[in-house]
Every structure is written in C-alpha cells, then in structure tokens.
Design a binder for this molecule. Structure first.
Ligand SMILES: Cc1cc2nc3c(=O)[nH]c(=O)nc-3n(C[C@H](O)[C@H](O)[C@H](O)COP(=O)(O)OP(=O)(O)OC[C@H]3O[C@@H](n4cnc5c(N)ncnc54)[C@H](O)[C@@H]3O)c2cc1C
Length: 389
C-alpha cells in the first residue's frame, strides 16, 4: 500500500514528515475530540508551524510555493495515518481565489498572515438552506452603500466558521431577474469575521454525525468594506467555479488516504484474528471485499494523479477532478464497509477508531459536491449528453 504510483515519488519526503507529525496525534486524540465535537487546535497549529497549511501560497507571500500535488500528498497522508484534514483543508484551497482573482492589496494584506498562521481563512460561505446544490438560486444579498456592502441572508454548512478569522462569501449583488444569465450578478467577498461576529454575524454550530465543526451563519445588515470585493462585481460564481477543481482533487486525495487507512487495518486484523483454527483473512469472503476496495482505491488514485498533473500543467482538468473525487469517495466507502465487516463487533467499538473514520468517510459522497452532480457533469460536459437540470 505504501508503494507509490510513480517509481520515484516527488513528495516522498513530505509524506514521511507528515507521517511523523501525525504520529503525535494518535486515535485517542481524535476520539476525545469526536466525543465533545471539539476542534483539533493542537493538530492545526502543528500543521501550520510545519508550513503545510501555507503549502500553496507563493514564496513571495511567505508560503512554501508548492504545487497542488504536494498539498494532495499532505492531505492524503494525514488521512492514511488516521487523522482528519477536514479541520483545516479549506485553508489550502480557499486562498486560491484571492491568489487568482484578488487585487495586489488583498494579496499583500491577507496571504502573508495566512501563510504564517496568524490569520485563518477557512470558512467558505456558499451553500444555503433553500438553494443547496442549485448555487445560483442563493438568496444572500450584498447591496452597495457608499464605501460599504451591506450583506443580508443566511448560509448553512459553513464549516470551521467558529475557527476562522476570514470567510470567503458568495452573495447576489444583482437580482436574478436583472441579469442575462443566472450565473451572473453573484459576487465574492472577503469577510473579516472578527469585526462582525456576535453583532451583525451570528454563528450557530450544527451537531452532525461526525466532528466537522460545521455551522449555520446569519448576516443581518453586515457591513463589508468596498475594498473586500474580490475581482469584479458580478463575476463571483465564475471565481468560485475556478477553485473547484483544486478543491475536488484535494478532497479526493483525502478519500484515497482514508481508503488506505481502512485497508491497512482490515489486512492487519484479518491476519491476526484466528477463528475455526485459521486467520479469518484466509476466507475469500473476508479477503475479496478488501481486495476489491484496494483495486478501486488504486484506480481512483491514478485518475487523481492525472488530474493533478493536468492542473499543474495548466490544462483543463474538470473531468479528472470530478471523476477522481467520485471514485475516491466510493473507494473509501467500500474500504470502510469492508473494514467494519472484517472487524465484526469490534468495528463498532470506539477504541478501534473504525466507526469514527467510517462516519467521516461517508461525507465525501455528498460534499463538497454530491455523486449525482458529478455524474451529471460527466454526462453533460464529458460525454456531451443533454443537461439534466
Ligand atoms: C459536513 C458538511 C460540511 C460542509 N461544508 C461546507 C462549507 O464549508 N461551505 C459550503 O458552502 N458548503 C458546505 N457543505 C455543503 C455541501 O457542499 C452540500 O451539502 C452539498 O453540495 C449538497 O447540497 P445540499 O446538502 O443542499 O443537498 P441538495 O442540493 O438539496 O441535494 C440533495 C440530494 O439531491 C441530489 N440532487 C440535487 N439536484 C440533483 C439533480 N439535478 N440531479 C440529480 N440529483 C440531484 C443531490 O445529489 C443530493 O443527493 C457542507 C456539507 C456538509 C454536510
């Protein structure tokens, strides 16, 4: 399982360092946080200090200036070691919107702080309760008044909102009936939550089946300085779409890591657990689901790798990012299912960490994009079939 896809893995050293870091955060650390739905502050600080969360920020802004495949290697390793990158992975990709579409002043103001860890940009306010996947139907508005924008509305599933200083927010700045296309008239803002939280911004945590620190957020005449608009007014949807391939490839890498963790556990246990005079792993009924999930993981890993290569070469990679995300989430789920089954009753015991990882792995068939929407993308954009929605 440690065999890299390439004969020489360009990120072997990073993986080794991340493994060492993760060893300081064993299952008991995550179990305790899971029980109280706590935030893994110490883990996030350790990753920040090691420079991993600023991996994609260019060196001129104090980051490591690494390619996307390095960030993917970091997140995959975190998950393969039984840890969870969900507490901080967004820090890696949200800043891409500022980097690509932000003004020189915005880059200078925010990126160095994000790189050194004094500023957290890991809240991403896109999804709303009524519009869900139908993003252009979102109802949060931003109205220009002098040198400010006034924001009203609500977001849901804004992960890590309580643990972030900044939020990247998508809001409608021109009513839908006044734009030629519904994808127009949406704008992206950097919200400094420290200035407004508890006043015009209310954050309410949502208790979910796994520890994800996700929240509802409410905007009540929240003021955002005019200079915090990212790029051009009305083009925000395009900017958000631009960042999605990177996000999908990174999340897919986490799922590949999850699949590796589950499979490792399944293999070890199936060799140790002796019943009816032989290890349970000698039974094909036990062995085959593990082997099948492993094959699925390897296929997903190859597509993700192709996506990363295309991304880094500046080529279109929507097909690979979407397929990789779906296949990796499916592979992780197949490996999770095989792992629980292999462990029998012990798969349900908290101290084995399997039930926790099982709950965590399930998310990625729904977020950040659900499997059906990936299939729609493939049908429409890859295969040229009619749009289904
Ligand atoms: C723990 C968690 C963390 C999240 N973090 C964030 C975050 O930080 N920021 C953020 O903005 N969002 C976040 N999300 C939101 C996430 O991106 C959405 O949940 C996801 O995109 C699905 O949207 P929805 O929940 O509204 O489901 P809906 O859009 O209501 O969809 C429900 C079901 O219908 C299916 N469906 C919908 N339309 C179609 C169609 N045309 N064809 C076929 N099937 C369809 C979907 O596949 C899905 O299975 C998070 C969600 C969760 C659960």
């Amino acid at each position: 399982m440690d065999q890299p896809l390439l004969a020489t893995d360009p990120h072997a050293e990073i993986r080794e360092e991340v493994r060492k870091l993760c060893a300081r955060f064993p299952g008991v650390y995550w179990r305790e946080l899971d029980a109280r739905r706590g935030y893994p502050t110490e883990f996030v600080v350790a990753l920040t200090e090691a420079g991993y969360l600023g991996a994609l920020i260019p060196e001129e802004f104090g980051g490591a200036g690494l390619p996307l495949s390095a960030a993917a290697a970091i997140l995959e390793t975190i998950h393969a070691e039984g840890c969870n990158g969900a507490a901080c992975h967004a820090q890696m990709y949200i800043m891409g919107t500022i980097l690509k579409h932000g003004s020189p002043e915005q880059k200078a103001r925010y990126l160095p702080g994000i790189a050194e860890g004094s500023l957290r940009l890991q809240a991403f306010g896109v999804t709303e309760p009524t519009s869900g996947t139908d993003t252009t139907a979102l109802r949060t508005t931003a109205r220009r008044e002098g040198d400010k924008w006034i924001v009203n509305g609500q977001k849901i599933w804004t992960s890590r909102a309580e643990h972030s200083d900044l939020m990247l927010l998508l809001a409608r700045t021109t009513p839908k009936d006044q734009v030629a296309k519904k994808t127009e008239g949406l704008s992206t803002f950097i919200v400094d939550m420290r200035e407004v939280v508890g006043k015009s911004l209310t954050i309410r945590p949502i208790r979910t089946m796994m520890n994800h620190n996700s929240c509802e957020v409410f905007f009540d005449n929240m003021e955002v300085p005019a200079e915090n608009l990212v790029g051009q007014e009305g083009r925000g949807f395009r900017y958000i779409l631009d960042g999605m391939n990177a996000e999908r490839l990174l999340i897919a890498s986490e799922s590949v890591g999850d699949a590796k963790w589950f499979t490792q556990r399944s293999v070890e246990y199936s060799k140790q657990r002796v019943l009816f005079g032989k290890p349970i792993g000698t039974n094909q009924g036990v062995q085959f689901p593990i082997a099948k999930a492993y094959a699925q993981m390897r296929a997903a890993e190859a597509i993700v790798k192709e996506g990363l290569e295309r991304f880094e070469a500046g080529l279109p990679c929507g097909e690979q990012a979407n397929m990789g995300k779906m296949l990796a989430a499916d592979a992780a789920w197949a490996a999770a299912e095989a792992c629980v089954q292999t462990h029998g009753g012990f798969g349900f015991a908290e101290e084995y960490d399997i039930e926790r990882k099982f709950r965590e792995a399930r998310l990625y068939q729904v977020a950040p994009i659900s499997t059906n929407l990936v299939l729609s993308y493939i049908g429409e954009h890859v295969l040229g079939m009619p749009r289904s929605y």
